[in-house]
Structure formats: C-alpha cells, structure tokens
Design a protein around this ligand. Structure first.
Ligand code: ADP
Ligand code: MG
Length: 408
C-alpha cells in the first residue's frame, strides 16, 4: 500500500531523516515512535507530498508521490502537527473549503462534511468560529478535515499533543475505531500510546529506523527481564542442575573466575516473578555456596530510551581533537605535579582509550602500587558545559545489591 525506499531528507548538511525503508500494509494501525527531533514530522510531510525528499521514493497505491501527486494524495488524509485552520471561518465553512481543496465534487461535499462532523461529534459546533474553540475541539476539526472523503490511509502527526487526559482518551479510542476501516499511521513520542493503539511499531531515532516490529513481538522482545548475577563456590554442572528446574529462566551463563572453584553466573528470567529466594535455595541444595548476588532490571521504557538515546560516538575528527586536548591536559597535570612530560612510548597506542592510556601511565608512575589516575578527572575549558573526561571506572553502576533490600 505504501512503499518507502531509501528516504533521506537533508537540511543544509544535517540529516533530518536518513535512508528510511519500510512498507505499510493495508488495514493496520502503525505507530511511528520517537523522541522530539527524531524525524517523525519530516517523514510524514514527505509521505503526504508536503515537502520533497532529498533522496528516495514514496509509492502510494502504485503512485509515486512526486510523479503523480494528485493520485497519490487522493488516497491520504493528513492531520499535520499544526493543522492549518482558518481562525475566522466557522467549522462548517472551513470543512467545506477543505473538501473543495481536496477536489471533492460539489454535490458530494455537504455529505462528506456532515459525515466527518458526525464522526468527530462536531455537529453542535458547526456554526462556531474556529478561533473560539477549545484546543480539543480545534484538534477534532483538524481530524475531521483529514477524514473528508473517507481516504484509505490516515496519517496523523502527534494527534494527542497538547490535549487534556480526557481528550487524549477520546482521541485514542477514535483512532482505534478508525483503524477498523482505514490504514492509519500515527506518530507519537509516548511509548504507552503507540503500544495501546497500534498493531505495528516503528521506532525512529535521529532520523534512522532503529526497530520495526508488531507491537506484540516488540513488547515480548522488550518484556521486562531480571538479570540475576551470582558469584558462587561451585562448578558449572551443579549450577546448571540448580537452575534446570526453573521454567521462567530464559538464559543461564556460567563462567569460571580468576579464583579457583569460584564461578560467576548470569541468570535471566521475566520480571513478573521474583525467583531470587528460590534460586538461592536451589543453589544450596545442589551444594553451591553463594558469595555474592545482585539483580538488574530492564523495562520496556528503558529499552525504548536506550534505543533512542543520544548517540555518544564522536566523529574521528572530534576524537582526534579530544585526544590531543587530553594529552595536553595530562602533560599539564603531570608538570604541575612534578612528573615531567609523558615519554614518547607512553603515548596512546592504537585502540587505546584515553582512560586506558592514562591508567597504564599512572601504573607505570606509581610502580603498579596505586592506580592514581582513577581519582583524577580532567575538564576542558572549551568542551560543552559540564563535560568532563574521567578515568574513573563506571563498573557496577545501576546494579541493585540484593542485601540492600534485606532479602538475603
Ligand atoms: P519530530 O517530528 O520527530 O520531532 P522533525 O521531523 O520535526 O522531528 O525534525 C527532525 C530534524 O530535522 C530535527 O533535527 C529538526 O531540527 C530538523 N528540521 C526539521 N525541519 C527543519 C527545517 N525546516 N529546517 C531545518 N531543520 C529542520
Ligand atoms: Mg514532529
């Protein structure tokens, strides 16, 4: 029904969306999920022919949106993020005007407007000026405009933004209802909204599609899982035996540690149950002695945030500059503390991160006694505010010690 291929839109040198590929099938409700600035509106404006793509194609029911805009657009009803409402028109005048723009024949226009007003329960407002309507009613007028002529495909850009909770519930149930007759593409930055309303979710982040799956599968894939990390005096066979009875366990990894006879175990299971006590008991029964245990949970919300998180990788150019700056500040630090310059051979080797290089060097200086660098952080004057590079280890963050909540 809609085929999107290699869709890219640039503003200057910046990519608003980059190389999007997806297919929209008839009769489903699709959620376009992503944080602000992800590229949702840009994509929708291209799908509906409001702006042109820099590269790529959009085919709607066999019609290229650029080559046959009339045919392609006639299948679509679009509710833009900011619908162009004419404030000094009444609701009926505006919808009549919008129907004319859409090319609906004069004799069919009144019926089309009546139907759209009925669906959006706007009849009582038909004589009101748009400027005198509440935000919720204005949104409904925009919605009615999209529905004129009963298009096969409805494209709705953040239709619930700015509405109060009651209006949000109304609009969501309306979308579900419309989904029975139309193919709907809806954008939102709210995870719970798309998972409630949509059959299929596409997650967009920084102009790229990072996930696309049926809502059911995506939720299953993102089902909150508990990761239980155990250090125990045991061998892998007994650990496997201890875990084997638990059906909820989806994964169990056993690894030897540096200490002889001590293994580290990672067990994953769905978070709807708490298996900590039972697993601990089973370990004991199988002759495994737990010396440390902690848990970590990942929720759907966290996974969405992770998928759409700020991209922290830096360009090669930036990273070279950062390395130089770091090297200079290390020199300064060492000079200040009377260590002299870093010898040439201590400069970063290929693949060395600054933290590793610094840590190696500190080891060298301290004769391997203390990793002095671990407590040192360097700040740049010209880096973005509050940004700092620290050699400190971040290991163990975000873990919840079992002993803290008194269960072991
Ligand atoms: P979303 O709808 O997901 O919030 P948009 O599609 O509006 O995201 O924007 C995607 C990116 O494109 C953003 O970084 C935004 O700043 C940029 N952008 C959008 N429109 C323009 C424009 N007219 N000129 C320059 N940059 C734009
Ligand atoms: Mg937007």
């Amino acid at each position: 029904m809609i085929e999107v291929t290699n869709l890219t839109r640039k503003y200057g040198d910046a990519y608003a969306i980059e190389n999007l590929n997806f297919t929209i099938e008839k009769g489903k409700v699709y959620g376009f999920l992503g944080p602000n600035g992800a590229g949702k509106s840009t994509t929708m404006n291209i799908l509906t022919g409001y702006i042109a793509a820099t590269e790529g194609t959009v085919i709607i029911n066999g019609h290229d949106i650029l080559k046959e805009p009339g045919e392609a657009r006639s299948c679509i009803g679009y509710l833009p993020e900011q619908p162009p409402l004419y404030q000094d028109m009444t609701v009926r005048e505006y919808l009549d005007f919008a129907a004319e723009l859409k090319g609906i024949d004069k004799e069919k226009r009144k019926q089309a407007v009546d139907e759209a007003m009925e669906t959006l329960v706007l009849e009582e407002m038909s004589g009101r000026l748009i400027k005198n309507l509440s935000k919720g009613y204005k949104q409904r007028v925009g919605f009615a405009q999209a529905l004129l002529g009963v298009p096969e495909i409805l494209i709705l850009d953040e239709p619930t933004v700015g509405l109060d909770p009651k209006q949000i519930i109304e609009i969501r149930s309306l979308i579900k209802e419309l989904g029975k007759k139309h193919t709907v593409i809806l954008s939102s930055h709210i995870l719970s909204e798309v998972s409630e309303v949509c059959d299929h979710i596409m997650i967009i982040s920084k102009g790229k599609l990072v996930a696309s799956d049926s809502t059911e599968d995506l939720i299953k894939r993102m089902q909150p899982v508990t990761i239980l990390r155990i250090t125990a005096v045991a061998d892998s066979e007994s650990v496997e035996k201890a875990i084997s009875g638990f059906e909820a366990v989806t994964e169990c990894l056993v690894e030897e540690t540096d200490e002889p006879g001590v293994v580290s175990v990672e067990v994953k299971y769905d978070s709807s149950q708490d298996l900590r006590m039972k697993i601990a008991k089973s370990f004991t029964e199988n002759g495994c002695t737990i010396i440390e245990m902690n848990t970590e949970k990942a929720t759907l919300e966290e996974i969405f945030l992770e998928l759409t998180a700020e991209d922290e990788t830096v360009s090669t150019e930036e990273s070279t500059q950062m390395e130089q700056e770091l090297a200079e500040s290390v020199d300064d630090f060492l000079n200040e503390h009377g260590y002299g310059e870093i010898p040439e051979e201590q400069a970063y080797g290929p693949g060395d991160t600054e933290a590793e290089a610094l840590s190696d060097f500190a080891d060298e200086l301290a004769g391997g006694r203390d990793r002095i660098s671990k407590n040192v952080s360097y700040e740049y004057d010209d880096a973005s505010e509050g940004s700092e590079i620290t050699a400190e280890s971040t290991e163990g963050q975000g873990e919840e010690e079992l002993s803290d909540d008194g269960n072991l």
